[in-house]
Design a protein around this ligand. Structure first.
Ligand code: SF4
Length: 605
């Protein structure tokens, strides 16, 4: 592996860190390897917004190799809203550029005295003044940094005003709209006075056996291009999921209180394609190209919204105005904020306003009327600036609810807002949300696809009824392990590459002669390691929970009347995982089986 570049922003010192070979074999790369590197740094006492807090930007062993959806990297640290393990992976072109500069990761600590940006040109690092960029939005900052470094081919990842102001769900953006959306690591970057990181590299990307890898890569990409789901994503984008999700009663409406939205056709992927689509965009080397480019009226082309943004700012707030959703998504991108958490927290405010828990006295005179686009826009602006009620909303739904003594109304798990795949429609998501290492996350296991019938025999991931309960627990665990492998390679979860092909690619790229089971074992190791990190930071079984709203049946829609039996599902899940039912920690024996004796010793000391 190439080294990781450690940068201390307080002292200006840099140092190359070589990853132990054993760790690469055990964890492969990306998020799991980052978890191993940061294991002893992430303590319960560590303030995620302090100079000591680490921010690790990690690539995977295939990043930049133009393998199937491998243009990605992952940002890791401690979540400012959750106080837990945080990771968020991002597409675009920045990760491949970093590898071409000769590094597999950047490990940033400390805090600059005043705003700075980093310019890594090959192995030459400059820390540059960013005072003039502070306050600028993400897109403007990218353009200006590129201009200043005088290198058109440089790739720049940036924070916007939300990261500077430490909005707890601030994100990091690269390449005009690719985001590390979740877990608020943009706030961690902002707390370090770090506005941007520009990178340029010209070295060949290292591959263990390129002669073996190249034909496999072509074969895998050809198959992916023909894949049914990939073609739907290309034609209709991620918003293609809207109609089906609504039909199944898996799309939450009006802040998770309803399971049906009459006007879903107005915000669907098909509607976008038919009305405003002006092009498609892809992360480096991706043959799927799920990204949307849209044109609204006679305005310039801009990024089109993803499923989560559409549902969050759409049905979640009873808004069916697709063009307004495009604008709201772009506003969040420019401030540098996660659209899931932002729309969810705004949804909570609307919900509490309707219930009478908050009033115009709390909102600065704003009347929160469902579907009122102007008000939603004002709230997004206030959050991005931490102004007015935006100061409270910027802290996320858990803290917002707690401020008004109604924390239980917030639809979040451990401080991360729930995404828009409702476990009342697809019950596997109950376990995905309750046990994810980063809070309510749909990317650590997008099990809704399995509940829709997307199984994989060679992985041992089988179909259970979408409303089955504890009997699917072991299946969910296996799916989580599989997705943990994706987050180690740092692949996109939209790539349906056959597992047998996946191990061949890993062998050619890394020299690891694995079976499919070895690969899943690597995922299981990563999942348990992240759990152990969270246990060290105070997480116990009581944290494996769902918010009240998700345990009450929908009154309408395709899943009306159903609710997940979370305690029963969790007991089956703990048994399948080999976790201690009292403490919620991975049992000593389980950690030993996974070759994590040192972690077992520490965790059970
Ligand atoms: S499918 Fe979409 S998000 Fe995934 S790598 Fe390709 S373009 Fe990027």
């Amino acid at each position: 592996m190439q080294p990781i570049l450690k940068i201390n922003l307080t002292t200006g010192n840099t140092e190359e860190y070589q990853i132990p070979e054993k760790w690469q074999k055990d964890f492969l790369g990306g998020a799991s390897l980052a978890a191993r590197i940061l294991y002893s740094t992430l303590t319960r006492e560590l303030d995620p917004l302090s100079p000591e807090a680490p921010l690790l930007l990690m690539t995977g062993p295939m990043t930049g190799t133009t393998g199937p959806t491998t243009g990605r990297f992952v940002v890791c640290g401690k979540g400012p809203a959750t106080g837990l393990w945080a990771e968020s992976n991002m597409g675009g072109f920045w990760g491949p550029e970093l590898r071409a500069a000769g590094y597999d990761g950047l490990w940033i600590t400390g805090k600059a005295e005043a705003p700075v940006y980093l310019w890594l040109n090959g192995s030459r690092l400059e820390v540059r003044n960013a005072a003039h960029l502070w306050g600028q939005d993400t897109y403007t900052t990218q353009d200006r940094v590129k201009e200043e470094v005088g290198e058109k081919s440089a790739r720049v990842c940036v924070i916007g005003p939300a990261g500077e102001k430490q909005v707890l769900y601030a994100s990091i953006l690269c390449d005009h709209g690719r985001m590390s959306g979740r877990t608020g690591l943009g706030a961690v970057m902002g707390a370090k006075n770090l506005k941007a990181i520009a990178v340029r590299g010209t070295k060949p990307i290292p591959v263990f056996d390129l002669a073996k890898y190249a034909p496999l890569r072509s074969e895998a990409n050809r198959a992916l291009k023909q894949d049914n789901e990939a073609q739907v994503l290309r034609e209709l984008g991620t918003a293609s999921a809207a109609n089906y999700s609504e039909y199944m009663g898996a799309m939450p409406v009006k802040y998770y209180t309803h399971g049906s939205f009459e006007n879903v056709d107005n915000v669907s992927g098909a509607k976008m394609t038919e009305t405003i689509l002006a092009g498609r965009s892809a992360c480096q080397g991706c043959v799927i190209a799920c990204g949307r480019v849209v044109k609204v009226g006679d305005q310039a082309k801009r990024k089109g919204p993803e499923y989560e943004t559409i549902i969050g700012f759409g049905p979640n707030l009873l808004n069916d105005n697709l063009e307004a959703i495009v604008e709201l998504g772009e506003l969040c991108d420019r401030y540098g904020m996660d659209t899931i958490s932002c729309a969810n927290t705004i949804g909570l405010a609307f919900h509490l306003f309707e219930k009478g828990n908050i009033s115009t006295q709390d909102t600065g005179g704003l009347v929160l009327k469902w579907g009122d686009v102007d008000t939603i826009k004002q709230l997004v602006n206030q959050i991005g600036r931490r102004a007015g009620i935006g100061e409270l909303l910027a802290q996320g739904s858990r803290r917002f609810g707690a401020h008004f003594d109604v924390e239980e109304e917030a639809v979040q798990v451990n401080g991360l807002e729930v995404a828009y795949h409702d476990p009342r429609g697809v019950s596997g998501m109950a376990l995905s949300y309750a046990t994810s290492p980063r809070g309510a996350c749909h990317n650590q296991s997008d099990y809704f696809f399995v509940d829709w019938g997307h199984t994989n025999d060679s992985l041992g991931i089988h179909y259970f009824d979408r409303h089955a309960q504890g009997e699917k627990a072991a299946n969910v665990a296996r799916h989580q392990d599989w997705r943990t492998v994706f987050n180690s390679i740092v692949m996109c979860i939209f790539a349906n590459t056959a597992p047998e092909m996946q191990v061949k690619l890993i062998d050619a790229a890394c020299g690891l002669d694995w079976t499919v089971e070895d690969m899943l074992r690597c995922g299981e190791r990563g999942w348990n390691l992240k759990r152990a990190i969270n246990n060290r930071m105070g997480l116990t079984r009581v944290n494996d929970k769902l918010p009240k709203a998700l345990l009450e049946p929908f009154p309408d829609g395709g899943s009306a009347g159903f609710k997940p039996d979370l305690p029963g599902m969790l007991s089956a899940y703990y048994a399948a995982r080999g976790w201690d039912p009292e403490t919620g920690k991975p049992a000593r024996e389980k950690l030993s089986q996974l070759g994590l004796d040192d972690i077992a010793k520490d965790l059970w000391a």
